[in-house]
Structure formats: C-alpha cells, structure tokens
Design a binder for this molecule. Structure first.
Ligand code: MTE
Length: 325
C-alpha cells in the first residue's frame, strides 16, 4: 500500500499555531546538573528572562508583517513569542540565557553593512538601503541549538542568495565570512577577553546560496528584537544555532575557509560545518533528542534538523570532513 507520508518539515497550516508556554524549571536544573553547556552556565535562565523591548523605534517596522512563504512548514507548534525572545544566547551581552534586558543597549541605528574581500567593488551600505533593496518574506523554521534545545519560530527575512547577488562576489570566492559588531562599551560581554571577539561565522558559497539560508530581519511579524540579533542575522536551520550569527556588520568573500568563533574557542567540540545529526554526539552530551521549549518534552532530533531534502546534496563526496560538529 502506498502511503503518502508528509516530510518532517511539512505541516498543515492550521497546526502551526502558537501554544501557551510554561517554564520547565526541572529541565533547567537537569541541564545544569549535566554540566556546562556551550561554555558557562545556564544559571541566569533560572532567574527568568529580561524585558523584550519592542522594536518600535526601528525605522524598518513598516515592512512588517511580510507575506508568509507557505513552502516552509513545521511539524510542531510555533514557540511562544515570549519564550523565543527571552531564552537567549548572545554572548556579547553575557554568557547566560537572560541577556534580553542587557541586549537593549544594542544601538541598531545608524547601522552599516560592509561587503568586502573578493567582490567586484567593496561597499558599505546603510542597513535601511539594504533592506529597501530586498524583498521580505516570512518563513516558519525549526531552530536547533547545539545545547539540545529547540524552538520553532516565524522569521522574517530575505533569501541569502539575494544578498550574495547584491554583493557581487568574484567567481573565485569560495566562502562568505560574517562578522558581528565589536563595541565593548556597548556590549559588556566583549570585555571578557578570553573570547575571540568579534563573533565570526562562515558558510561556503553553495551553503549561502542554498534556498534555506535566510537573512533574518524580523521575528513574529515584527522587526527583530535586539536580543535576537537586530538588525540583521543569519538563519541556517539545518545547522546548530551557533552558526546563525547575530547583528552582522560585515560580509567578506574569500577563498580561505574561516575559523569561526566557537571553533577558535574549542575546536574539539565546535567545528566549521556544524550540521545537525542525531547520531553524532557532542563530546559531552547526546544529540539524539532535543527539548522543544514550551512543549515540556523531548523529541527525536532529525538529520539536518529535518531539512535533508534541501541540503544533503551540498555535502555529497565530503565524507572525510567533520560535517556534524
Ligand atoms: N551570534 C552572536 N553574535 N553572538 C552569540 O552569542 N549565539 C549563537 C547564535 N548567534 C550568538 C550568535 C547561538 S549559540 C545560538 S543557539 C543562537 O544565536 C541563538 O539565537 P536566539 O537567541 O535568537 O534563539
């Protein structure tokens, strides 16, 4: 009998509705007992999230809400907005989960974005000019952190392939390197000298131009809150969340593979590729399952976070690489 089974990321639109969230203190206590996660502690999370300041002072607010692209669907309810905007990793503002409050110090205008390296012509553009040149859309994506928790959120943004076309890289460019701002006076986490600031991440050109790679500018039908990486962040849902660099100021095209922020800190635990795979454990914990924030339960993790149809082909013939960490 032929049974048409839905792909894991497909879901009836009526199912993709927010659900009330409850904070599972026990999960956090268990996580803390299991030892440090990315690096330092989860202790701040127990104290509750900071304020999620609305982005009402953001001149791009009129772009929202954008039309949802129905091609991208979920297999679980959308995470409660409060949870997704208060349970945060943004080390520039502190190495714990309650940085939503401190991140309100992020000054998002004026904001410029530089395109340099192997491009036809280097340029620095104002963020609002860049946003004006792009066509925003909303997509429902899963978001899987290497710490084994996940969310499902409605991002607004534009395809990264449009940003690459805008940058006009030379044909010899093999990677795009992204960089977060560096301003320790504004972001006190950057005074922690043992981290290799600024935060840097990279993708191959094939990854950056894959249909799933999104430049995030909004969340829940509004401009991105500062703590989630305003005004411009990467969203690559088939990779662990640390690849999705926040608050980007520079895109550099190069033929040399970059060493990214977490790889510099601990290469044995965090690599360049960082594709999600339930069968490849983190050296200190299993990646087989994940805690879906707000659902209060663990679910099996999916290969490439459920996006294998779109991205597995990128890695054909690369078996020698550490593709999953
Ligand atoms: N980008 C910067 N600049 N600084 C960070 O600390 N944390 C990463 C990623 N991007 C981080 C970052 C990690 S570890 C994760 S899981 C995601 O952002 C979290 O995104 P969210 O807080 O919007 O859920």
């Amino acid at each position: 009998m032929l049974i048409r089974s839905r792909r894991s990321w497909e879901m009836a639109e009526r199912d993709a509705t927010p659900e009330p969230v409850y904070r599972d203190r026990r999960r956090l206590v268990q996580a803390m007992a299991a030892g440090p996660i990315l690096l330092p502690s989860l202790a701040g999370a127990l104290l509750g999230g900071g304020p999620a300041r609305a982005a009402e002072d953001d001149p791009s607010a009129r772009m929202y809400p954008a039309m949802r692209n129905l091609r991208y669907r979920l297999d679980r309810p959308v995470t409660d907005e409060k949870q997704a905007t208060t349970y945060i990793n943004f080390y520039e503002f502190g190495s714990h989960k309650s940085v939503a409050g401190p991140a309100q110090a992020l000054k998002i205008r004026p904001w410029t974005v530089t395109f340099d390296g192997m491009v036809e012509k280097e340029k620095t553009v104002d963020i609002d000019d860049l946003l004006g040149a792009m066509k925003p859309e909303e997509r429902l994506y899963r978001h899987r952190c290497v710490e084994a928790w996940s969310m499902a959120v409605p991002w607004t943004g534009f395809p990264m392939q449009d940003l690459v076309a805008y940058a006009r890289p030379l044909s010899g460019a093999k990677y795009v390197v992204m960089q977060t701002f560096k301003d320790p006076a504004m972001a006190p986490g950057q005074k922690q000298f043992w981290y290799p600031w600024p935060y840097v991440e990279g993708l191959t050109m094939a990854e950056a131009t894959n249909e799933l790679a999104l430049m995030g500018t909004g969340l829940y039908g509004k401009p991105l809150p500062r703590q989630n990486g305003a005004p411009l962040r990467l969203v690559v849902p088939w990779k662990y969340g640390f690849k999705s660099i926040k608050s980007i100021v520079r895109f550099t095209f190069t033929d040399k593979r970059p060493v990214s922020f977490w790889e510099k800190i601990q290469a044995a635990e965090y690599g360049f590729w960082a594709n999600v795979n339930p069968e490849v454990d983190h050296p200190r914990w299993s990646q087989a399952t994940e805690e879906v924030l707000g659902m209060g339960k663990r679910v099996p993790t999916l290969l490439y976070n459920g996006y294998a149809d779109q991205v597995a082909g990128l890695y054909k013939g690369m078996e020698g690489e550490k593709l999953f960490m």
